[in-house]
Design a protein around this ligand. Structure first.
Ligand code: HEC
Ligand code: HEC
Ligand code: HEC
Ligand code: HEC
Ligand code: HEC
Length: 370
């Protein structure tokens, strides 16, 4: 361990005044924060780079900023710990794209990056994170903590990491050059005490570190549309109302933002009835937000308007009516889930062979017996 402490101290001294910051590797945290590290390792924050996320890569591959300028402006949020972040974001610095063999390009939204966010600058197009200059001094939120032999713990000015604001530098909104908000998280919504951190980083069993055994720690797998969505099912309720000649399925989204956020997503409600040993499938209900231009669906950099929005909104209770008469003995099965990539866009994005992009991810599966 002594070795890596010396190296990081040396590197941080070298780059102390550099505009592009240098961050300790997430691997450095593994020895002490073993469980937190392993959760983080499987999360999309660790896998946000073009090399590790094939869906991100598919959009980047066709993006004019790639084809014309090799300008990886995505780095601001997708590879923020890159050692040449400023070059990446600048037009014409060819070669500024993430490289497979540069660990800082593959670090994703790393441990040290997130724990060094000091402030958030609000902008119209997208917000910007303001970082601290001290390499191994991390913001923490615990009232009481022991000392860490590897790093300092800052508890003053930690309100952003405490109240979920630390997420909004990247997650609040992203407008394209036509002024269209490609991806919005409705951050102004109040949610009786819940925030990004309490929902997406709940307390789970297991120790904070190997040096201080605690019963619980904050989950770092960032439950979301790719992984651990089972941890979020409690925020969406499904109920059924039987009427004389038909029935209604209610979806109650008790979340401060739309059920899904990225415009690539497509949510689906699948309803079927088991009657006399036979399955009767009813028509799928689709929830999407389609962005486009001149009346046709278009890529995020071309789109200028939202063409259609049937996505279930923040705090919305959606009712879907089925013209189907339920009989005694019927068993109704209701499944709510999604495709990460709208099946209609798979071919154009050349994702036919990507398993994850084509997979139906089941979120909730409920039965109602009559
Ligand atoms: C302001 C921050 C920000 C910038 C800049 C940004 N993104 Fe993202 N991106 C995000 C966030 C946050 C998510 C997660 C959203 C979600 O899951 O709903 C995301 C998710 C994505 C996804 C979905 C990935 C998946 O696995 O489903 C794609 C594709 C994507 N971004 C492409 C890009 C490309 C290409 C660029 C650069 C041209 C870019 N983004 C720039 C913040 C950003
Ligand atoms: C040599 C062991 C060790 C290493 C390596 C280590 N930590 Fe820690 N860390 C600790 C200890 C011990 C604490 C205090 C835990 C407590 O009091 O419960 C701590 C606490 C923290 C806290 C503060 C939690 C809070 O809310 O107060 C953060 C944040 C943190 N570590 C981040 C990191 C990151 C990021 C890395 C890797 C870059 C890392 N640590 C590497 C031992 C270590
Ligand atoms: C430096 C920018 C940045 C910050 C800060 C950030 N995120 Fe993210 N987050 C991203 C990007 C980029 C993605 C999409 C990665 C991808 O799919 O390639 C993402 C994805 C996610 C996802 C989706 C995971 C999934 O399985 O689909 C969740 C949930 C999430 N972030 C929650 C949070 C929370 C909670 C915070 C604050 C504690 C936070 N993020 C802070 C950039 C950031
Ligand atoms: C009340 C709980 C709750 C709060 C508060 C909340 N979320 Fe979510 N979030 C959810 C649920 C439920 C989903 C949908 C299920 C899933 O994606 O697994 C979700 C999904 C997401 C996704 C994935 C969407 C996609 O299209 O890929 C991201 C990213 C995300 N939330 C970020 C955030 C951020 C950032 C905040 C704070 C501004 C936040 N959430 C606040 C419950 C919450
Ligand atoms: C996207 C931002 C983000 C990333 C990435 C991230 N953290 Fe955290 N971390 C947080 C937030 C926010 C909290 C405070 C949660 C709370 O107050 O409940 C936290 C809490 C902690 C704590 C205290 C845990 C506890 O139970 O109180 C430690 C230790 C820690 N992080 C270490 C790490 C390590 C190590 C990594 C990488 C393996 C990492 N973090 C990656 C945002 C992040």
């Amino acid at each position: 361990m002594k070795n890596f402490i010396l190296t990081t101290l040396f590197i941080s001294a070298l780059f102390a005044n550099d505009k592009t910051h240098t961050y300790s590797s997430s691997e450095d945290c593994k020895a002490c924060h073993t469980q937190i590290y392993s959760e983080f390792n499987s999360s999309m924050h660790n896998n946000s780079t073009p090399q590790k996320d094939q869906i991100h890569n598919a959009i980047w591959a066709q993006h004019p900023k790639n084809l014309k300028f090799k300008q990886y402006s995505c780095g601001k949020c997708h590879t923020p710990a890159s050692d040449n972040l400023d070059d990446m974001k600048e037009k014409g610095k060819r070669g500024g794209v993430p490289k497979a063999d540069n660990p800082t390009h593959q670090a994703g939204i790393s441990c040290a990056y997130c724990h060094r966010i000091k402030d958030i600058k609000l902008h119209k197009k997208s917000n910007t994170n303001i970082m601290t200059n001290e390499a191994n001094n991390f913001f923490g939120t615990r009232q009481k903590h022991i000392k860490s032999p590897y790093h300092g713990i800052i508890t003053e000015g930690n309100e952003h990491i405490k109240n979920g604001n630390v997420c909004i530098g990247c997650h609040s909104h992203k407008k394209n050059k036509h002024g269209l908000n490609v991806c919005s998280t409705n951050i102004d919504n109040e949610m009786n005490g819940a925030n990004c951190v309490s929902c997406h980083m709940p307390k789970v069993i297991g120790s904070i570190s190997n040096m201080n055994k605690t019963k619980n720690h904050t989950f770092h797998g960032f439950a979301g549309a790719h992984t651990h969505s089972d941890m979020l099912t409690q925020y969406v309720d499904i109920s059924m109302l039987r009427e004389i000649n038909d029935f209604i399925i209610n979806i109650d989204n008790r979340t401060s933002h739309s059920l899904l956020l990225h415009p690539l997503r497509t949510a689906v409600l699948k309803v079927s009835i088991l009657r006399d040993g036979k399955i009767i499938k009813l028509k799928n209900e689709i929830f999407v937000r389609v962005i486009g231009h001149n009346g046709k669906p278009a890529m995020p950099w071309v789109a200028s308007v939202t063409l259609k929005n049937t996505m279930i909104q923040a705090n919305e209770k959606r009712s879907i009516k089925y013209d189907f008469k339920i009989q005694k003995g019927d068993k109704v099965n209701v499944i709510l889930g999604w495709y990460l990539v709208n099946p209609k866009a798979i071919k154009e994005l050349k994702l036919e062979n990507d398993k994850l992009a084509n997979e139906f991810i089941e979120f909730k599966n409920q039965n109602f017996d009559f």
